[in-house]
Design a binder for this molecule. Structure first.
Ligand code: WT7
Length: 655
């Protein structure tokens, strides 16, 4: 048995070393239990104390939790604050000259921004937005490449009380259009293009197309940051360069004082049905979640840490652990424009070495692909600055965990496997690394005050090691407040009546071992997790069905070595079922179509064509059967109710 196998076999746990534990923000299991006990003893006072200690309030709150309109919970709702003030201004007396952002561009060029410089840029852009008549409560779409300006744009919105909605640069014009319309935004902030892996990704062109789709009067202004020297079409009166927008603007801008419950941002995410959901977060509760998890899970040390979260600001991870959390803690952080494999697969390790990164947070999919690109590559770099590693987005397989632990962390750095969601705003289940021993593949225990449980369909709590629905029994400050424009869907999806209407349903299944450790098993709905990104099967199915060649389509996931899950599309064409080469051609057409309709991340890996889909006599598509077919597994399901068993053989072959 290999070393890794023996560890996994023993279900071994990894306590932090003495040095780490001694210096940790929360040291030892007793300290963790004490925090949890405090939360259980007086739930509201637990959160109130933390909110007072962590947030710089403009006016303190006197009310803690308002449950009168459950599940539309309100926290600290007579408090007044500004999130950008908390991330920047509050540090200026002590950290004005400290580096806030170390930006490494795709081509390796490094630029730094101190807290003072960040302040000045945010204020100038905030003033620029105000000059374009952006007001408190207005929605601003941000469709930008990864870089300091994306953070400046988000912070500037926060500063003037505008609600940003960042759209990941990999989403298509059509997806962008849907978000513009749903958010009723009048302003888009973008760049001419983004630079990734030596290639230019056109962004302004996608914005133009999105606005054309949305109706030309949908948007008043497009602010364009010049990044890639990409050619752009220009609409006078609507389009304005970023440098013109900030030209001559003052570098001070009084923050707009916001109510604790005012929305800070909307971030769209996929659900199991329908169009993407606009997850709406609050100001104070969200900020508190970001700060506490930085403190507890990332053991943040503002004076000595160099923090690096590799996520793009287009995802929640890039909101909480790039644009807000590290800044709120006064830390120095690395931000990166490019991709892990350009110019070579040593990029991440070289960056850790060169910037003396202490805390490195990335996705299991990146770890798996870098492991494949060179198991020993990290040993060529000096990674001795690292003290803490983290993962997010999907379960990490124990083999990848062990490699991350040994080859990257030299068996010295704890790994925090952080379970959370766009909706929860911040970590929910994750180790406090100086207190909780880790186990490969488990996100360990809930944070103090996060009352997780595992229940059956009726909400009855299950005992240890029985898999079931992962729920959170009490509202907590960083939880989403509603779905933008759709409060009914918010209630239905997250607080279903059969669980009593006040329990938050996460959409994941999990089990808990006898030591109280949580193990995430997967989604309970038709949501896929591809490379740590969430995609709704229905969304892809509707996009396929909208293609003129397609009569019917069903999409399922299958396990994938690197991506975690791969997308398999079962398609019935209007014409004859294609075979051989023509199947390959149709697949290529449909792949390109999906990239155009949703974005490249949603492109199916496999296509299976047939004359029909497997259905029950009542016409329901048998998805479990499709899942077996997708991964080539033997069919063990009862197919006696199957209307058309002959299609199964057809749907086995991949195009
Ligand atoms: C879904 C949320 C939260 C930031 C990135 C994804 C899965 C997330 C883990 C983890 C196992 C995880 C869950 C969750 N997930 N973290 N550590 N272990 N699964 O955010 O797009 O909102 O997706 O990602 O299924 O529900 P998201």
């Amino acid at each position: 048995m290999s070393y890794i196998e023996s560890v996994l076999h023993e279900n071994r746990s990894f306590p932090p070393n003495d040095e780490f534990q001694e210096r940790a923000n929360v040291s030892g299991l007793d300290a963790y239990h004490a925090l949890c006990a405090r939360a259980e003893a007086d739930y509201e006072q637990h959160w109130a104390a933390l909110a007072r200690e962590n947030i710089a309030w403009h006016q303190p709150f006197t009310r803690i939790l308002d449950e009168s309109n459950a599940p539309f919970y309100r926290w600290f709702d007579d408090g007044v604050l500004n999130v950008s003030y908390n991330c920047i201004d509050r540090h200026l007396p002590t950290r004005a000259a400290q580096t806030a952002l170390i930006f490494e561009a795709d081509d390796g060029a490094v630029t730094r921004l101190t807290y003072q410089q960040l302040h000045d840029e945010v204020c100038a852009f905030a003033n620029g937005l105000k000059a374009l008549k952006v007001r408190r409560g207005d929605r601003v779409i941000i469709y930008m490449p990864m870089g300091p300006q994306a953070i400046v744009a988000m912070q500037a919105c926060a500063r003037i009380g505008a609600i940003h909605s960042v759209v990941f640069g990999g989403f298509s014009a059509k997806s962008l259009c849907e978000r513009i319309i749903d958010a009723q935004a009048r302003i888009v902030v973008t760049a001419d293009g983004g630079l990734r892996g030596g290639k230019t990704i056109p962004l302004k062109a996608a914005v133009d197309e999105a606005i054309a789709l949305a109706g030309t009067d949908a948007i008043d202004r497009v602010i364009v940051y010049q990044r890639a020297n990409a050619p752009v079409a220009w609409q006078e009166g609507r389009d304005i360069w970023w440098h013109d927008c900030v030209h001559g603007m003052s570098t001070s801008c009084e923050p707009e004082w916001m109510n604790a419950e005012d929305p800070l941002f909307i971030l769209y995410t996929s659900g199991s049905t329908g169009t993407p959901k606009g997850v709406q977060h609050s100001s104070a509760g969200y900020l508190l979640g970001a700060m506490l998890s930085m403190h507890w899970v990332f053991d943040a040390k503002a004076d000595t840490d160099v923090f690096w979260c590799t996520a793009d600001v287009g995802w929640i991870t890039g909101h909480t652990y790039v644009a807000y959390g590290p800044l709120a803690m006064g830390m120095t952080q690395v931000i990166f424009e490019g991709i892990p494999t350009y110019p070579d697969a040593g990029r991440f390790w070289r960056m850790i070495q060169n910037h003396r990164v202490t805390t490195f947070y990335t996705a299991p999919t990146a770890i798996r692909s870098l492991m494949k690109a060179g198991v020993d590559l990290p040993t060529q770099y000096d990674l001795s600055s690292l003290r803490l590693l983290g993962t997010v987005g999907e379960p990490i397989n124990p083999q990848a965990w062990m490699w991350f632990y040994q080859t990257v962390g030299h068996a010295r750095c704890p790994i925090v496997d952080t379970w959370w969601q766009t909706e929860t705003g911040a970590h929910m289940i994750a180790p406090l690394p100086g207190a909780i021993a880790t186990k490969p593949g488990s996100c360990t225990r809930p944070l103090p005050g996060i009352l997780t449980d595992i229940v059956d369909e009726l909400g009855t709590a299950l005992t240890s090691d029985q898999g079931g629905y992962l729920v959170i029994k009490r509202p907590f400050p960083s939880l989403l407040r509603t779905l933008w424009n759709d409060p009914e869907r918010f209630k239905r999806v997250y607080f279903p009546a059969q669980l009593g209407g006040t329990t938050y349903l996460t959409g994941d299944s999990a089990h808990r071992d006898e030591e109280g450790y949580y193990w995430i098993m997967g989604r309970i709905d038709d949501v896929l997790n591809v490379s740590g990104h969430r995609l709704g099967t229905m969304e892809i199915e509707s996009a396929l069905a909208a293609h003129p060649l397609v009569a019917e389509a069903a999409v399922v996931g299958k396990p994938h070595d690197i991506k975690g899950e791969a997308i398999v599309a079962f398609v019935v064409l209007k014409g004859a079922c294609p075979e051989g080469e023509s199947a390959g051609e149709v697949a290529a057409v449909l792949r390109a179509w999906i990239a155009q309709q949703i974005g490249a991340i949603a492109k199916p890996d496999d296509f299976r064509f047939g004359d029909n889909l497997p259905k029950t006599r009542s016409g329901k598509i048998m998805r479990r059967l499709l899942r077996s077919l997708a991964c080539g597994a033997a069919i063990e399901q009862d197919i006696s109710t199957l209307e058309n068993p002959a299609v199964l053989a057809q749907l086995k072959s991949t195009a």
